[in-house]
Ligand binder design. Sequence first.
Ligand code: 5AD
Ligand code: SF4
Length: 476
Amino acid sequence: MAGQLLPSKAGAGDSSGSQRESSKLVELPVQCYTHSEMARRYLIDTMGCQMNERDSETAAGILEQLGYEATDDREQADFIALNTCAVRAKPQHKVFSKLGELRRIKEQRPHTIIAVLGCVAQIAAQEIAQRAPYVDIIMGPRNYSHLAGAITTAQARADGDPIIVTDTTEVIPEGPPAAPTIPISSYVNVTYGCNNFCAYCIVPYARGREQSRAPEQIISEIEQAVATGRQEVTLLGQNVNSYGEDLPKACDFADLLSQVNRVKGLRRIRFTTSHPKDLSARLITAMAELPRVCEHLHLPIQSGDDEVLERMGRGYTCEHYRRVVEAARQRMPQMSITTDVMAGFPGETEEQFEHTLCAFEQIRFDQAFMFKYSDRPGTRAAQMDNKVPEEIKQQRLEQLIACQNDIAHQINEELIGTTFEVLVEGRDPKSPEKVRGRTRTNKIVIFPGGSDLQGQTVEVKAQQAFLWGFLGEIAE
Ligand code: 5AD
Ligand code: SF4
């Protein structure tokens, strides 16, 4: 029987915040699991970003191949995974409180396999093993090709040390089919990992170096998605703009988009995240000219101050950022631009923060994900002096949110009366006589309609504006 590569406990995994990247691997036997033992149930609790959502679909696909069925009830589950986020301290703390809740389940139903997956598993494996010794599997985001082996090994034994696989140097192989969770839309990875090492960011330590998938693999996954009824794909990468730099045959992200645009039956193409330093004129042209590529750019600014951007190691100035936005808006005047930003990076002065507010007022984002800077042990920023006190970070964040909310509301108010092409995702969970969908610019639109509209594109007139989008009515 084929063996799976799993690490030995000794020396395996990283302690919290350490930057070690590989762990020692040993051969473990894999048990065969047959359908006669079936009706086991799994539950995956996903925290964090779209990457993690996609990774959970991969894990779900693996579990379904092993004969598990999905459940929402953790009291019923035979396998429970937390797919974790380490980007800020708060979601990382949440993992430990969730693990505390799972202790009772493990005590009452010891056969339940508990797994911690994702970025916290990668950077805090030893801490998890110490604080929650009942966890069976601890696995980093690059290592899911070992998940089936780890599960079958965990099933075959009553207790023991956790199986830890945390190797960020692993080349991620093309895997078995994922179990998608969204009915009309699919996430498709184009790159894994990140090479940027922004001073504040834990992701390169958690997800390893950038690896581009071959274009043929991406296209074949999208063709599959379309064959199973998906109308839209969102191409995922930490920095999609550097797609292809590591591929043997030249293919950049603009080339990839034109290949994806040719997939028959696909209606909409989205992508995230773009990095301002790598966003090329070629990409803007591709977005403007390829009919299926949606007019939405998620372009994290992080700060509006050049000195802060420099210390963050972002590789662009605020002026460069503005020029990229201007060039994109010139080609696509209706496009929406969203961003990520951070208040209170170490050493950020009041004046530097004002520059961020000023940039927000001038650029006018459709939406922004706004955060207080959070120390991540092991990153360069964590070593920096002049940490901004918590109450000042909070105050700046609130100022930024107030400023951005005004702008987003104004932008959407100005769009009242506009007719949008809306791709309907399904019933609105809050009002069952309505459906909800998105415009090409990624704004949510809720309007009266039945579930027969799911997967259809409908022309909808915006009637009432909110921060997230509109209430509307089907256009005459
Ligand atoms: N503190 C606060 N926000 C962070 N982000 C990344 N690292 C940190 C950190 N240490 C934010 C960035 C990034 C988004 C995904 O999370 O804005 O774009
Ligand atoms: Fe996603 Fe970043 Fe969280 Fe990892 S740390 S799950 S990459 S948001």
